[in-house]
Ligand binder design. Structure first.
Ligand code: NDP
Ligand code: 8X3
Length: 256
């Protein structure tokens, strides 16, 4: 088992949900955190709520869709923060559940630019340093949506299928190095995900989790922490997890 105390962990999308839960889990394990998201105040509140001293956390306001901003954020990290040990590519979102032939172009661009291109940018700018230092772990947050397509899921499912392929490709390309690559692929997790998917329609978002017990961000962070702390020769390639009340993307057990 690896002790991740004092390891530097970069978490994208740390202002909410799974990313915020990862921040809490990795902080408790003694890691040093680089937290990135667009909502900077949320990051400040999170760092304060975790009681992290200034030398334990570094905050970055970052839109992962902006390639030059990603490059600048990584290349301008203070020296004491520049040797990233673990990259958690978590920033992501779904927009809408429209049929493909009625889909909204802006929703498509946002999902593709964030879930695929943003993840690629972070990976491209962080992994060369890992290779040079001979240590590192990339953990991508995929989804069961990358394994199963459901009605209206079309483009979101396509982005997560891309994450699955990118994780597999990165693992292959890093063969011969000690760098590890993991994809953690959850089913239903109650976060701000559905609020974002339905553009702030709270009633519709709440219906997603009605009558069942979904996963929490903490459940996912727990699995991510497990993957990160295995012995250095162990690579957990892929983890699919869902609530006991879920059997597939479309099959759930709801109490009336
Ligand atoms: P949340 O909406 O709670 O969190 C999403 C996070 O992503 C926020 O911190 C948000 O921060 C960040 N984010 C979104 N767009 C950008 C951007 N352009 N640049 C930087 N950060 C961005 O949802 P979850 O925690 O549920 O989602 C986290 C990941 O988990 C996503 O990749 C999602 O696809 C995946 N997932 C979620 C599941 C679920 O059921 N909830 C199931 C399977 C996978 P900000 O807005 O401040 O930038
Ligand atoms: C989030 C899970 O089933 O809503 O990736 O697509 S699902």
């Amino acid at each position: 088992m690896i002790d991740i105390k004092n390891q530097i962990v970069l978490i994208t999308g740390a202002s909410s949900g799974i990313g915020a839960a990862c921040a809490q889990g990795f902080a408790q394990a003694g890691a040093k955190l680089i937290l990135a998201a667009r909502r900077f105040e949320r990051l400040q509140d999170l760092a304060a709520s975790l009681g992290l001293a200034a030398d334990r956390v570094h905050l970055i306001q970052l839109d992962v869709r902006d390639r030059s901003a990603v490059e600048s954020a990584i290349s301008n990290l203070p020296t004491s923060w520049s040797e990233i040990d673990i990259l958690i590519n978590n920033a992501g979102l779904s927009r809408g559940l429209d049929k493909l032939h009625q889909g909204d172009f802006q929703d498509w661009e946002e999902m593709i630019d964030t879930n695929i291109k943003g993840l690629l940018y972070l990976t491209r700018y962080v992994v060369p340093g890992m290779v040079k230092r001979g240590r590192g772990h990339v953990i991508n947050i995929g989804s069961i949506a990358g394994h199963q397509t459901y009605p209206g899921g079309n483009v979101y499912c396509g982005t997560k299928a891309a994450v699955k392929a990118i994780s597999e490709g990165l693992k292959q390309d890093l063969l011969g190095t000690p760098i590890r690559v993991t994809s953690v692929d959850p089913g239903m997790v109650e976060t701000e995900f559905s609020q974002v998917r339905f553009h702030g329609d709270t009633n519709r978002a709440n219906q997603v989790y009605r009558g069942l017990k979904p996963l929490t961000g903490e459940d996912i962070a727990d699995v991510i922490l497990f993957c990160a702390t295995r012995s250095p020769h162990v690579n957990i390639n892929e983890v699919i997890l869902m609530p006991v009340d879920q059997a597939s993307a479309t099959l759930v057990n709801r109490q009336p």
